[in-house]
Design a protein around this ligand. Structure first.
Ligand SMILES: [Zn+2]
Length: 83
């Protein structure tokens, strides 16, 4: 009888453990989805003066300086104005 109780206890522990692992894994899986928003430092598009998240900006290097643009159109305008 006590052996049966031990087995039941172990099974219960196992079920609880699996449940906890599943919860932790679900929590970890959500983190990568949130990560893109961590790169939301705002940068300014010098062509149209729009502020946008760095992660969404297009970049161009000018005189060793990195510039950010809201769209390919703005990037091209900047590149043309340089010449
Ligand atoms: Zn722009």
């Amino acid at each position: 009888m006590s052996t049966l109780l031990k087995v039941l206890f172990v099974v219960l522990l196992y079920v609880v453990w699996r449940y906890l692992v599943a919860v932790v894994r679900r929590g970890q899986r959500r983190e990568p989805e949130l990560k893109p928003t961590t790169g939301h430092m705002l940068v300014r598009d010098p062509v149209c003066n729009t502020y946008l998240p760095e992660s969404r900006a297009l970049t161009a290097t000018s005189d060793g300086e990195t510039l950010y643009f809201c769209s390919e159109e703005c990037r091209q305008k900047h590149l043309k104005s340089k010449t």
